[in-house]
Design a binder for this molecule. Sequence first.
Ligand code: ZN
Length: 438
Amino acid sequence: MASLLIRGGTLLTMRDGARAERGDVLIVGSRIEDVGRVEPLQDSEIIDASGCYVMPGLVQVHVHLVQTLMRGAAEDLPLLDWLRRRIWPLEAAHDEVSLRASVRLGLHELLTTGTTCVLDMGTSHGGDVVAEELASSGIRARFGQAMMDAGDGVPERLLESTRASLDASSALRTRWDGHGGGRLGYAYAPRFALSCTRELLEAVAALSRMTGTLVHTHSNENADERVLIETATGRAPIAYLEEVGLLSERAVVAHGVHLDDAELGILAGTGTSIAHCPSSNLKLGSGVADVPRLRAARVNVGLGSDGAACSNRLDGFEEARLASLLARSRGNAGALRAGDVLLMATRDGARALRLDDVGSLQAGFRADLVIIDGERLAPGGDPATRIVFGGGSRAVRDVMVHGELLVKNSRPTRYDSGEVTAKANEARSALSARAAVS
Ligand SMILES: [Zn+2]
């Protein structure tokens, strides 16, 4: 098996907090063989990391790759208008070419800014196209095809029967779960309570229990959405998701902005993880999730940039920076430190996806890591502070997933950047024309 030694860097292993130490990382095949003072094996390729920080790649636990082409096409609208007037018509208008271009543009952006693993929501068609693009990118991913069998204002192309939705997801799970040596895995993706029947949610809960598959949904994002769910179900949103059996340590719920104390208790008691998406929450005017309160209640919280249609950038380091700043907005400057948000962006994200060998630099773990060029960060401060507040993503030099360098000297190895952008631009125009939104 090929071996590679990353030599002479400052390591943030994320094993015991964000403490930094000088050292090397030896990689054999897809896994880390050793960390610390390490000698190369015979034939090891050597990567010089002097002057660099080496840390686990970022794990983003909520993204919508199908929305990358919709960047800038749905500005200044609150959640439900944003969905009904812009995003759903655009998702409905996707064809294979535009889906491929959208997912590829998103993955190019994620990889070159240091994200090595994502949880993706898809849309309610084209799951195989998304999976093919995930597979050919080299990234680690958990993904699902969004499930929608109900809801006001859902275009016909996105609306499925309960049976068809379940069958499509199960077929995708069978085809793709475990693909690429475990790089890909399936996650059932009922979009949110307002677009799913109770029957669908209960069936997904049963399938997830039976097969151990992740469940990925949105909830408690926006005040209006909360009221609509309460009116429709007679329950608070999280209480409803618990009632249908959806919440467990296999569940990742995006947002959790508007939560009462009882809902917080349910999240903690069921082991459900929250995907905190600060850019998206701010841009759609949804509010600010109280992350220190969630963490104090022992709810696992990971980070996500959501879709480019709301956050405009898929930069995981930017989400970490914003998460840290927003947590302080309630008056406590130490509420969520740079080291805390780096842990959320790596180890806690991996935990949400039940990846117990991802998110930390340790022997036996998958070789998913980033090398950050210290000279391209604003100077001054400890390593975690420099990476979070000094411009982490723009200093990403090399990115490795599953032992393969997918970005080398800031250039993607599997993509031609110019071609990805050109195809995306072409597909964006055609998609807007088909959707009749500009
Ligand atoms: Zn989302």
